[in-house]
Design a protein around this ligand. Structure first.
Ligand SMILES: Cc1ncc(COP(=O)(O)O)c(C=O)c1O
Length: 379
């Protein structure tokens, strides 16, 4: 199998699994208990917290662990609102989780302004600056787009938000582990991350909350996470997340190589398919992501044919698979409908080589020819 869907999720690193196992077996203590078993769990949380903090250049006390990206987005977007400030600025290409939360907030009377992107998926910074108002509670932009891989200028956005008295949150779910993420250099107040996107376990992630920022808790309950997120801590998950963070830091050194593998693959596809459209190809992108449109073809049909040959890719975002409409990201970029429909996302991961990708290019050439012979739709 050749797995090219790392933006949907990544395999758990064996080292992370090893680190977790004792906490799923004999070290089952509740980190809130005062006895020896509880203390072991507490110590494990302290170590994991410091490892994740090191990856993000945060202080350990600035992290709140929760169930993943979606929960942290809810915490950040809902928690930043105040009675006096009920306006949020975001972008049209955010992850569907962010857009769903914003829709929900709108139903509760919150005003939302979504800023657009250009044909390459680059953020319109001037429009973003113009959108920030005195009653803007939060400016939230993703660090990297899950479909195109296009990077947003987070530090610029944070500077603009701060100048106008708004908080700045970035959804770094796709950025962590692929590009350096530094909450200090970026100057953000809030940052979301999720373990399963960088070889940690599923169901664990967190929110960076810069010291001094007041944010209403989202998950109200016990006094865990200093009262910022109620519920008994997921000790094995947090331990796995910590180990994955350590590995991610070391793994950043492999990213320039991965970008070369991606670029060589992209060049090969362009040579094999002269009408190929690379979405966001002229923008700064994540090193692992290629979103490519095969005009006149049905992406789903191509995906299934690749899957039959053991190659896993996706049509844009995994979350919109099954929908026949082009993704909201491609719509915001003004992509041609016929190109958007035939779009596949290839998201590479650690250790993948040019040889792996040559196999994919060969199978693709064969499958595309086959599909075109059937009129492009595969039905
Ligand atoms: C950019 C982005 N934000 C948020 C999420 C949601 O993260 P989680 O699956 O941990 O809830 C994803 C996952 O696909 C994502 O790609």
């Amino acid at each position: 199998m050749i797995y090219l869907d790392h933006n949907a999720t990544t395999p758990l690193a064996p080292e992370a699994l090893e680190a977790m196992l004792p906490y799923l077996r004999e070290q089952f203590g509740n980190a809130g208990s005062g006895h020896a078993l509880g203390l072991v769990a507490q110590e494990a949380l302290v170590l994991a917290r410091s490892r994740v903090a090191a990856l993000l250049n945060a202080d350990p006390g600035e992290l709140v662990f929760g169930s993943g990206g979606t929960e942290s987005l809810n915490h950040a977007l809902r928690g930043a609102l105040t009675p006096a400030k009920r306006h949020v600025v975001s972008t049209a290409v955010e992850h569907s989780a962010t857009l769903a939360i914003l829709e929900d907030l709108k139903r509760a009377g919150v005003e939302v302004t979504l800023v657009g992107v250009d044909a390459q998926g680059r953020l319109d910074l001037e429009a973003l600056e113009a959108a920030i108002r005195p009653d803007t509670a939060l400016v939230t932009v993703m660090a990297a787009n899950n479909e195109t891989g296009v990077l947003f200028p987070v530090s610029e956005v944070a500077r603009l938000a701060k100048a106008k008295g708004a908080l700045c949150h970035t959804d770094a779910t796709q950025a962590v582990g692929k590009v350096p993420v530094d909450v200090r250099a970026w100057g953000v107040d809030l940052l979301t991350f999720s373990g399963h996107k960088f070889h940690g376990p599923k169901g664990i992630g967190g929110l960076f909350i810069r010291r001094g920022v007041r944010l209403r808790p989202f998950m109200v309950g016990g006094q865990q996470e200093r009262g910022r997120r109620g519920g008994t801590e997921n000790v094995p998950g947090i331990v796995g997340l910590g180990r994955a963070a350590e590995l991610a830091q070391a793994g950043l050194a492999d990213m320039p190589r991965l970008a070369q593998v991606r670029d060589a693959f992209e060049a090969r596809l362009k040579a094999d398919h002269p009408d190929l459209v690379v979405h966001g190809g002229e923008a700064g992108r994540l090193p692992n992501t290629l979103l490519a449109g095969f005009p006149g073809l049905e992406g789903e049909a191509l995906l299934l044919r690749l899957s039959q040959r053991g190659i896993c890719v996706s049509v844009g975002s995994a979350c919109t698979t099954g929908q026949r409409e082009p993704s909201h990201v491609l719509r915001a970029m003004g992509a041609d409908h016929g190109v958007a429909r035939g779009t596949l996302r290839f998201s590479l991961g650690q250790g993948q080589t040019e040889a792996d990708l040559r196999v994919v290019a060969e199978v693709l050439a064969e499958r595309v020819t086959d599909l075109r012979a059937k009129g492009g739709l595969g039905r």
